[in-house]
Write a protein that binds this ligand. Structure first.
Ligand code: PGA
Length: 232
């Protein structure tokens, strides 16, 4: 399996960044997935990366003002959609059952969901990480048995903070996830991934790749991260 490097631009970026990504030379030996704000999706096109959305509706069509249909995202050229990001959970009250419905709607439309799970700092400090992750995992992946999806392990305390778990902690979580949902599961890590720590993260054999927030807004840094995952 090719390593996966996902860019999550969040609500950042502009047309100039879109142009620079369109012209950039990313290695095809890595599965690079760009998730811009949804209005930039139609402007991004390259043979060198695939497209993903940052969120989608649990509904496919109908009277749902302000929602983004997974079918429409697919029609715009997306192959992936991030669901259950911790910012959606904490700022927009999304919970596991709701995230599961979005993942099901996404797969019904031919999108591969990138489903985020992760423990908070307090849950970690209280030694509840494993329990919390398994409980999230069970609910968000319900009824997705024969579907293809990616699990992004994103500890909430690591997002945008510069703090990372140890390689061993990440490898243990990847194994925990595989033990639960199957050895073939694709597991990526997200949270403060940078050009400085990409090599170290690329050494975690249990990991299929990374999800990059802030550092994906700088083309040069992002290319360095991809290069670290190119392998030999
Ligand atoms: P970060 O964000 O790389 O800026 O920590 C990761 C994420 O939120 O997915």
């Amino acid at each position: 399996m090719k390593k996966i490097v996902v860019a999550n631009w969040k609500m950042n970026g502009d047309v100039d960044l879109v142009k620079r990504f369109n012209q950039a030379d990313f290695p095809t030996s890595v599965n690079t997935i760009i998730c811009p704000p949804s209005y930039y999706i139609p402007l991004l096109h390259s043979q060198r990366f695939e497209l993903g959305a940052q969120n989608c509706s649990k509904f496919i069509t109908g009277a749902y003002t302000g929602e983004s249909s997974p079918q429409h995202l697919k029609n715009l050229g997306c192959s992936y959609v991030i669901v259950g990001h911790s910012e959606r959970r904490s700022l927009f009250n999304e919970f596991n059952g709701f995230i599961n419905k979005k993942a099901i709607a996404a797969t019904a439309c031919g999108l591969k969901p990138i489903i985020c799970i992760g423990e908070s700092l307090i849950e970690r400090e209280e030694n509840r990480t494993e329990k919390v992750l398994l409980s999230q995992l069970d609910t968000v992946t319900a009824n997705l048995k024969n579907q293809s999806y990616i699990i992004a392990y994103e500890p909430v305390w690591s997002i945008g903070t510069g703090l990372l778990p140890t390689n061993k902690d990440i490898a243990d979580v990847a194994q925990l996830i595989r033990n639960r949902i199957g050895e073939a599961a694709a597991v990526i890590y997200g949270g403060s991934v940078s050009s400085e720590n990409a090599e170290t993260l690329a050494n975690i054999t249990a990991l299929n790749g990374v999800l990059v927030g802030g550092a994906s807004l700088n083309l040069q840094s992002f290319q360095q991260i991809i290069n670290a995952f190119q392998g030999d």
